[in-house]
Design a protein around this ligand. Structure first.
Ligand SMILES: [Fe+2]
Ligand SMILES: [Fe+2]
Length: 299
């Protein structure tokens, strides 16, 4: 880790500027994704509404149909429209597919500095997103809607994609702490996410959730959106999904270990246990999505 003597303020400022300039290089979220988030955040919408928004982006539509028609979903049956895919694959699975496919440029980043197992960033981001959605559906403290929570979870570590290029050194991939990020580049990955989200015109409420995801009780008051991401992050870490070479979803998660977060979100304790059971099923599904998407990319 660099020391202050050789790595002073001037270097830090230079790296910080470099990091902020790099935001332009990130593949941005398309307008369709923002519109899609607005649609799916509504109390009621139909498969036809879903199709109308997606079809505004013909490249995305074509890619989604390819994934939906992969051997992992359609099998031998042929799916011709987005509406048909929603009906056959299920609304939540289709929503996951839209986000995975439309942000594949971000999620498939090959890390040079941060240590992630093979396809770890993809699994971690999608896993935290799905866990955030599941927790937000049951939380009585309402800050983010389930779909907003999903997007916040999906993009919570996006700052690492930029710092990955800034913090590079000869040691190769390694664990990098928030402190090291801030010490070296003058801002950590959560701070950086704030700048990225502003550039992408992501709603302010998501920005706050992501900015404080490692620090959700700053100033003694819980920031519920950030608590949501923090809790999802910690659950996934216990199971090792995206962080260990061999994740283990059978590991029992004790609600008592997360009681502060559960209380801040007002999730009944017995509900928490049932969320975890459903979450395990949903997380097993994303493996299929990963494979199907890879098939689409490789074709
Ligand atoms: Fe993080
Ligand atoms: Fe994370």
């Amino acid at each position: 880790m660099p020391t202050n003597s050789v790595f002073g303020n001037v270097e830090r400022k230079t790296l910080q500027k470099k990091a902020l300039a790099q935001i332009e290089e990130l593949p941005s979220l398309s307008d369709v994704v923002r519109e899609f988030l607005a649609l799916t955040s509504r109390d009621y919408f139909t498969a036809a509404d879903f199709e109308t928004v997606i079809r505004k982006d013909s490249a995305l539509t074509a890619r989604l149909l390819k994934v939906a028609n992969s051997s992992f979903y359609a099998g031998t049956r042929s799916i011709k429209t987005i509406r048909e895919s929603v009906v056959l694959i299920g609304m939540d699975n289709m929503k996951n597919m839209v986000y995975a496919v439309s942000s594949s440029g971000l999620l498939s980043h090959k890390f040079k500095s941060y240590k992630f197992p093979d396809r770890g960033y993809w699994m971690h981001s999608m896993g935290v997103a799905i866990a955030c959605r599941a927790l937000a559906r049951e939380a009585k403290t309402k800050v983010l809607g389930p779909e907003e929570a999903f997007v916040a979870g999906l993009l919570h570590d996006v700052g690492k994609l930029i710092l990955d290029k800034i913090l590079i050194n000869e040691e190769g991939v390694r664990e990098i702490s928030l402190e090291e990020e801030a010490e070296t580049a003058g801002l950590d990955h959560a701070d950086l996410a704030r700048h990225i989200f502003r550039k992408w015109k992501i709603p302010e409420i998501l920005i706050e959730a992501v900015r404080f995801h490692h620090n959700p009780y700053v100033g003694g008051r819980a920031k519920a959106g950030a608590v949501l991401i923090n809790l999802a992050n910690n659950i996934l870490k216990e199971w090792g999904l995206g962080t260990k070479n061999v994740p283990d979803l059978t590991i029992e998660i004790e609600s008592s270990d997360h009681i502060q977060d559960i209380r801040a979100l007002t999730i009944p304790r017995e509900k928490f246990t049932s969320i975890l059971w459903e979450l395990r099923q949903d997380l097993m599904e994303i493996d299929k999505l990963y494979q199907a998407q890879r098939e689409e990319v490789e074709e």
